[in-house]
Write a protein that binds this ligand. Structure first.
Ligand SMILES: *[C@@H]1O[C@H](CO)[C@@H](O)[C@H](O)[C@H]1NC(C)=O
Ligand SMILES: *[C@@H]1O[C@H](CO)[C@@H](O)[C@H](O)[C@H]1NC(C)=O
Ligand SMILES: *[C@@H]1O[C@H](CO)[C@@H](O)[C@H](O)[C@H]1NC(C)=O
Ligand SMILES: *[C@@H]1O[C@H](CO)[C@@H](O)[C@H](O)[C@H]1NC(C)=O
Ligand SMILES: *[C@@H]1O[C@H](CO)[C@@H](O)[C@H](O)[C@H]1NC(C)=O
Ligand SMILES: *[C@@H]1O[C@H](CO)[C@@H](O)[C@H](O)[C@H]1NC(C)=O
Ligand SMILES: *[C@@H]1O[C@H](CO)[C@@H](O)[C@H](O)[C@H]1NC(C)=O
Ligand SMILES: *[C@@H]1O[C@H](CO)[C@@H](O)[C@H](O)[C@H]1NC(C)=O
Ligand SMILES: *[C@@H]1O[C@H](CO)[C@@H](O)[C@H](O)[C@H]1NC(C)=O
Ligand SMILES: *[C@@H]1O[C@H](CO)[C@@H](O)[C@H](O)[C@H]1NC(C)=O
Ligand SMILES: *[C@@H]1O[C@H](CO)[C@@H](O)[C@H](O)[C@H]1NC(C)=O
Ligand SMILES: *[C@@H]1O[C@H](CO)[C@@H](O)[C@H](O)[C@H]1NC(C)=O
Length: 528
């Protein structure tokens, strides 16, 4: 029970109190409010025991934020269909507490101090369809606890301290459609007999490996969450039979590879955030024609195969943020006509191809912030919808003649750059730190580096090695470095251009020794 739910319910109670009390004060138990003759809500921290004289006509009883420590028998409420205990300091449930509540369909006991649930407490509840036991301290469930609940459709046990589950625990729950076991300390779970399951949440446990058969019986599964476990390997066939699966949450695991054809073809949402993916094979997502949401953020990807997204014709949201992408093939987003959000934030992109976004006519958000971009090539933003919002901060923009295209584009579309005031020039030196919005087009100039104007020198300190001798010659405007190598060794050349404004431009070249097998006299010519 979230605190704000409690607060808003209490508020609601107060609002209704006066006028409700006037209608039904005669039949309503002390410390409780009766919204109608069939619904009773008890919420009083001073209440230590359940009220004894609740009308037999009541169908819903809710005990909320009271001082109740023990749930005792509720006698003769044969018409009760819904019973809820939320945020009470309950430590014990008497063995006959629910014995005669034979009409009960929904039972919730959440936010208590319960450590265990004993066998038999649910034994007569054969009409129960929903059982919610969330955010308690439960460590132990009796093996046959759910044995009689054949009508149960929803079972939630999230936020407990379960460490293991008996093999037979779910065996009789043949009608179960939703099972939520997130936030426990489980390592293995057997749900193979639950063949009507539609939603299964095993998130925030300690599952390390899943056998191929783990979901064998769950053919109806629509939503599966394995978030926050320790899974590093996924067997190629583990999900392949789950033809109804629409959402698969694998966030925050240790997955390193995705085999091709791993995911079932009707998937709509796939979350792979916070894993250890280094490479993806080009067929990792083939067949996912219905995929609309793909989250690959916070992995270790440094490149993407050009064909990776080629069949994802329904994709609307693609999150690639927080990887190590250095470059993108110009065709990687080809065919993604439906896409509206591409997040490339916090990667290592140094440049983008001008035709990267040619098929993206429906974009509403493009995030390029936090990369190593110096320029945006001419035309790259041309096909984007003019309402597409961009984020560009945190790139080392080089404000010279190559940025004129972007500067001119901004004249018309500056409103679409959300963080424009934080887009700063890093280079060249005189404009460093200036916001791009304050730079005039006339300032976007390229410094003409004509090497013949300067007198190149060989720094003796670095070439005095006795096994190499280099000299510098000027030939038809080219600077040629001649090196005579006495031993078989690679040659590394650092060139420092001292520019007019005093800044230094460094250039490093490495040239391997030309002879492959034999070591003989060789000539290396490096051209800048
Ligand atoms: C039973 O309900 C009546 C009101 O209908 C109340 O006055 C009485 O105190 C209740 N008895 C107990 C034991 O709570
Ligand atoms: C239950 O409801 C019926 C009809 O709605 C009414 O006649 C009866 O008095 C109620 N019983 C109690 C115990 O309130
Ligand atoms: C219980 O429900 C039945 C059927 O809805 C109704 O006839 C009866 O009056 C209700 N109240 C009691 C006390 O059984
Ligand atoms: C349940 O009903 C039976 C039969 O009416 C009765 O003997 C028993 O005491 C009841 N149990 C509880 C806990 O009220
Ligand atoms: C109630 O539960 C607490 C803690 O689980 C336990 O120590 C105590 O013995 C139980 N009391 C009864 C009456 O069962
Ligand atoms: C399971 O419960 C948690 C906690 O309330 C919730 O966040 C999650 O969405 C639930 N899982 C499913 C599949 O409904
Ligand atoms: C999980 O993996 C470990 C080590 O690879 C292996 O020893 C163990 O049997 C596996 N457990 C399951 C349930 O597959
Ligand atoms: C995709 O969705 C459509 C309609 O929502 C559905 O008919 C189709 O079976 C789904 N699966 C594939 C693989 O296209
Ligand atoms: C980014 O790329 C540069 C080389 O272009 C490399 O040195 C650096 O380690 C990369 N950073 C990350 C986080 O991958
Ligand atoms: C650079 O300077 C040289 C010689 O001064 C000139 O021929 C050339 O056109 C200039 N290049 C640019 C891009 O300005
Ligand atoms: C270029 O080299 C000089 C001398 O080693 C160094 O001080 C400077 O930081 C280097 N600049 C860049 C951009 O690497
Ligand atoms: C390498 O060149 C030097 C000078 O040009 C020459 O004296 C020497 O014999 C040559 N060595 C070989 C192995 O060709």
């Amino acid at each position: 029970m979230k605190l704000h739910h409690v607060v808003s319910l209490l508020l609601l109670l107060q609002l209704w109190q006066n006028f409700v009390l006037s209608i039904s004060s005669t039949s309503c138990p002390e410390q409780c409010q009766c919204f109608s003759t069939t619904t009773v809500i008890c919420s009083d921290l001073l209440m230590k025991a359940l009220p004894v004289n609740i009308s037999a006509n009541v169908t819903a009883l809710i005990v909320l934020a009271s001082g109740l420590r023990k749930i005792t028998a509720l006698e003769d409420l044969k018409n009760l269909t819904k019973l809820v205990f939320l945020s009470n300091p309950v430590q014990n449930i008497s063995h006959d507490a629910f014995e005669n509540l034979t009409s009960l369909q929904e039972l919730e006991i959440s936010g208590t101090l319960l450590l265990a649930l004993e066998a038999g407490i649910f034994k007569n509840l054969d009409k129960l369809t929903k059982l919610l036991l969330n955010n308690n301290k439960i460590r132990i469930l009796a093996p046959n606890l759910f044995e009689t609940l054949e009508k149960l459709e929803m079972l939630q046990l999230h936020g407990n301290m379960l460490q293991s589950l008996h093999k037979a625990l779910f065996l009789k729950l043949t009608n179960l459609q939703e099972l939520n076991l997130s936030s426990n300390q489980l390592s293995t779970v057997d749900t193979s007999k639950l063949n009507k399951l539609k939603r299964l949440d095993l998130g925030l446990n300690q599952i390390t490996n899943l056998s191929l058969d783990t979901f064998k019986g769950n053919l109806q599964l629509q939503i599966l969450s394995l978030q926050g476990n320790q899974i590093s390997k996924l067997d190629p066939g583990i999900f392949s039979h789950l033809d109804n699966l629409e959402e698969l949450n694998l966030r925050d695991n240790k997955i390193e590879v995705l085999s091709s054809g791993l995911f079932p073809s009707n998937l709509k949402n796939l979350m792979l955030k916070e894993n250890s993916l280094l490479h993806l094979c080009s067929s990792a997502f083939t067949n996912l024609h219905n995929l609309t949401y793909l989250d690959l953020s916070q992995n270790l990807l440094s490149s993407l195969p050009a064909e990776l997204f080629q069949n994802l014709s329904s994709l609307e949201h693609l999150d690639l943020s927080g990887n190590r992408l250095q470059a993108l093939s110009s065709t990687v987003f080809r065919g993604l006509f439906q896409i509206s959000v591409i997040d490339l934030q916090k990667n290592n992109l140094t440049s983008l191809e001008a035709d990267l976004f040619t098929d993206q006519g429906k974009m509403s958000r493009l995030i390029l912030a936090g990369n190593q971009l110096e320029y945006l090539p001419s035309g790259i933003l041309e096909s984007l919808d003019f309402e597409c919002l961009l984020q560009l901060r945190g790139n080392p923009w080089r404000c010279d003649c190559n940025l004129v295209y972007f500067h001119e584009w901004l004249y018309y579309f500056s409103k679409t750059v959300q963080d424009l005031s934080q887009v700063y020039c890093t280079e060249p030196q005189p404009l460093s730190g200036m916001s791009l919005t304050t730079v005039n087009k006339e300032q976007l100039v390229c410094i003409n580096r004509t090497i013949s104007e300067t007198r190149p020198t060989i720094n003796q300190a670095t070439s005095s090695d006795s096994d190499r001798q280099c000299s510098l010659q000027e030939e038809n405007g080219d600077i040629v470095v001649w090196c005579k190598l006495m031993t078989c060794t690679d040659l590394k050349l650092n060139v420092y251009f001292h520019q007019e404004d005093g800044s230094v431009f460094n250039y490093t070249m490495t040239e391997p020794w030309p002879g492959s097998s034999h070591c003989s006299n060789g000539t290396i010519i490096l051209t800048v």
